[in-house]
Design a protein around this ligand. Structure first.
Ligand SMILES: NC(=O)c1ccc[n+]([C@@H]2O[C@H](COP(=O)([O-])OP(=O)(O)OC[C@H]3O[C@@H](n4cnc5c(N)ncnc54)[C@H](OP(=O)(O)O)[C@@H]3O)[C@@H](O)[C@H]2O)c1
Length: 304
């Protein structure tokens, strides 16, 4: 059986890729914090700050493919800890993609809709990225390094990734757990993205590993929704109090880094390869089927 290395296997997307890949691959995932327990997945510790260790790991494992989901993607933190953000999101990514090419492994880098300036929305792969914050700059540099290492490598761009995750909160689980506790939340009406259900994204990633052409693929849900609209849909689906979702303008939120106003994505290219992520409502319905809100203990951590 071929080996699949999932860098950031302890994260939301990485964990789902580990689970979805177990039947077809011998899966090795990396973690930086506590090692998760996913049956039939071996975990090894790896910090992207120490790229040499990742290079050695890839040389030793000789995987058929590497899926790199690991990032410093707390947008405000990237603005303040620029060297670290560059090293994790760009420098180390390039080093791993180059050694993957050396050992004959295909590298798939999970990038972001935040490479765009958000002035028009509905972005396609041909649109010119113009990041408005340092996070977006580092991820764009990571993309360039991956594609420079090999034309067979892949870059995928999701947007507003959501799903159950017991290790840290994402937008959806933050909304659901806040409303369940009766807390009102301020949610921007003027930030638009394409909510991407993590489980469906993970299956899409595994399918894209098989497409013949390398390059950039947008891989996100089809709906362009403001964070407020998305929060309202979540609240309604889970029978929570919609009145607790307070509409605000993003300018009223206490944030350091600029955000692209509308970074929604068109994923038509991936669809032509028969790869698609489910629409937001289907993702929300799948979350409801997977577990009730009572069985979710909100973790204290937010994303890295
Ligand atoms: N979440 C979104 O809304 C969103 C939207 C667009 C694009 N993306 C992109 O999608 C990817 C996956 O996002 P996610 O939501 O799955 O993130 P996540 O749940 O926060 O997981 C991040 C993963 O990266 C690992 N990591 C963080 N810093 C690291 C470092 N210095 N060295 C090695 N590993 C490190 C974490 O390890 P530990 O947990 O062990 O610390 C974790 O496994 C990211 O590349 C992000 O840029 C996310």
């Amino acid at each position: 059986m071929d080996t699949l290395l999932v860098v950031g296997g302890s994260g939301l997307v990485g964990g789902k890729v580990c689970e979805a890949g177990r039947d077809a691959f011998h899966v090795v995932g990396t973690h930086r914090g506590p090692a998760p327990k996913i049956p039939r997945v071996r975990f090894v510790e790896f910090h992207k700050e120490r790229a040499d260790e990742g290079v050695a790991l890839i040389r030793q494992l000789k995987p058929a493919a590497v899926v790199d989901t690991a990032a410093l993607h707390n947008v405000d933190r990237c603005e303040e800890e620029r060297d670290l953000a560059w090293q994790v999101n760009a420098g180390s990514t390039g080093a791993l993609a180059r050694v993957a090419q050396d050992v004959g492994a295909r590298y798939l880098f999970v990038s972001t809709d935040f490479v765009f300036d958000g002035r028009k929305g509905g972005y396609r792969e041909e649109d010119v990225p113009r990041p408005v914050n340092y996070y977006g700059e580092t991820k764009l540099a990571g993309e360039h390094a991956v594609l420079a290492a090999s034309g067979d490598h892949l870059v995928i761009r999701p947007s507003v990734v959501f799903g159950w995750d017991d290790t840290r909160l994402n937008f959806a689980t933050w909304v659901l757990s806040s409303l369940k506790e009766g807390k009102s939340i301020d949610v921007a009406t003027d930030w638009i993205g394409s909510p991407t259900f993590a489980d469906s994204l993970a299956s899409g990633i595994l399918k894209l590993l098989k497409v013949p052409d390398g390059g950039v693929y947008h891989l996100a849900g089809a709906d362009a929704l403001s964070r407020h609209d998305f929060a309202v849909r979540l609240a309604k689906a889970f029978g929570l109090d919609v009145g607790l979702v307070r509409p605000v303008k993003s300018a009223d939120l206490p944030l350091k880094a600029r955000r692209p106003p509308d970074s929604s994505l068109s994923s038509a290219k991936a669809k032509r390869h028969r790869v698609a992520v489910v629409p937001a409502d289907k993702g929300i319905a799948a979350m409801k089927e997977q577990r009730t809100l009572d069985r979710f203990v909100p973790p204290a951590r937010f994303k890295s």
